[in-house]
Design a protein around this ligand. Structure first.
Ligand SMILES: Cc1cc2nc3c(=O)[nH]c(=O)nc-3n(C[C@H](O)[C@H](O)[C@H](O)COP(=O)(O)O)c2cc1C
Length: 261
């Protein structure tokens, strides 16, 4: 392998792990030890984290902890009997968003970090041979459930990773491949200065970085058209808009088909 060849590095590790990952709704009673888990959590904590706030924590639920969660779920739902859902796996990992005070990093960004940790940890557990599925429910943000986990006022649950052994002779995962081409699109073509209702002078407000982007972007009208007549610009812009509209329509259709499929 050549040094500085990122695609090859990724192919060996993350790419193959991601491609092989699937969720396991049924698992055996085997579970990773706390020591094993700690090492995977340390790795999962390497996710991108704006201002390194570490706005997350995880709670291990084993044994009778799961029954206490079952009782809290029953309270949340107004049921007479404890829920047996948490008993579906020997280990549940509650994913907690722990919001930190920050003027720079809003709550949604902090939730994104906590979510990233959960996704990466799922992947690492799967790669290590454990079966994982991320589950939630209407009760996820209920007060009784929060209290059972000892959450503070600035904390919210994002659900639980149910973890156990991968059963032998399990059926292969059934998820269909996504249509990446439909899901990876470009921005809509901007109005040309002539068509812009704010008038041609409005283009003077364009930031240099935006000008660069429109020059480099193959799907957009070039910013370098000083000699072009207004009429030609209008025609080109109309054409480009029509093309972009058509492409967007096609992308939407593909995405819908992919989701429905
Ligand atoms: C935040 C979150 C909550 C989820 N909640 C549930 C759930 O309550 N029940 C469920 O069956 N799947 C739930 N899922 C989906 C499963 O974790 C899983 O992704 C899905 O069954 C598809 O399987 P796959 O990951 O093998 O493609 C949730 C996923 C996420 C990210």
């Amino acid at each position: 392998m050549t040094a500085g060849s990122p695609s090859e590095t990724t192919e060996r590790g993350a790419l193959s792990a991601v491609r092989a990952r699937r969720s396991w709704s049924k698992v055996t009673d085997a579970a990773p030890t706390r020591t094993e888990l700690v090492s995977l959590v340390a790795a999962a904590g390497r996710v991108a984290d704006h201002s390194a706030l570490r706005p997350w924590r995880l709670i291990e639920l084993r044994g009778a902890d799961r029954e206490r969660l079952g009782a809290a779920i029953a309270t949340a739902q107004g049921d007479d009997r404890p829920s047996t859902k948490p008993l579906r796996a020997p280990l549940l990992i509650a994913v907690v968003a722990s919001y930190r005070p920050s003027e720079k990093v809003p709550r949604w960004e902090q939730e994104a970090v906590a979510s990233g940790v959960a996704h990466v940890l799922s992947l690492l557990l799967d790669e290590a041979g454990w079966g994982v599925i991320w589950r939630t429910g209407h009760y996820t943000r209920d007060r009784a459930v929060a209290e059972a986990h000892g959450l503070s006022a600035d904390e919210e649950l994002l659900g639980w990773l149910y973890v156990g052994g991968k059963p032998a002779n399990a059926r292969p995962g059934r998820r269909k491949p996504i249509d990446a081409r439909a899901l990876l699109t470009r921005m809509p073509v901007p109005l040309s200065p002539v068509d812009d209702p704010a008038g041609p002078d409005a283009s003077n407000d364009t930031k240099p970085s935006e000008k660069e982007a429109s020059k480099k972007s193959p799907g957009t009208t070039s910013a370098k058209t000083p000699k072009a007549s207004g009429e030609k610009k209008t025609k080109n812009a109309k054409k480009a808009r029509k093309k972009a509209k058509k492409a967007a329509k096609k992308a939407k259709k593909n995405a819908e088909a992919s989701r429905a499929g």
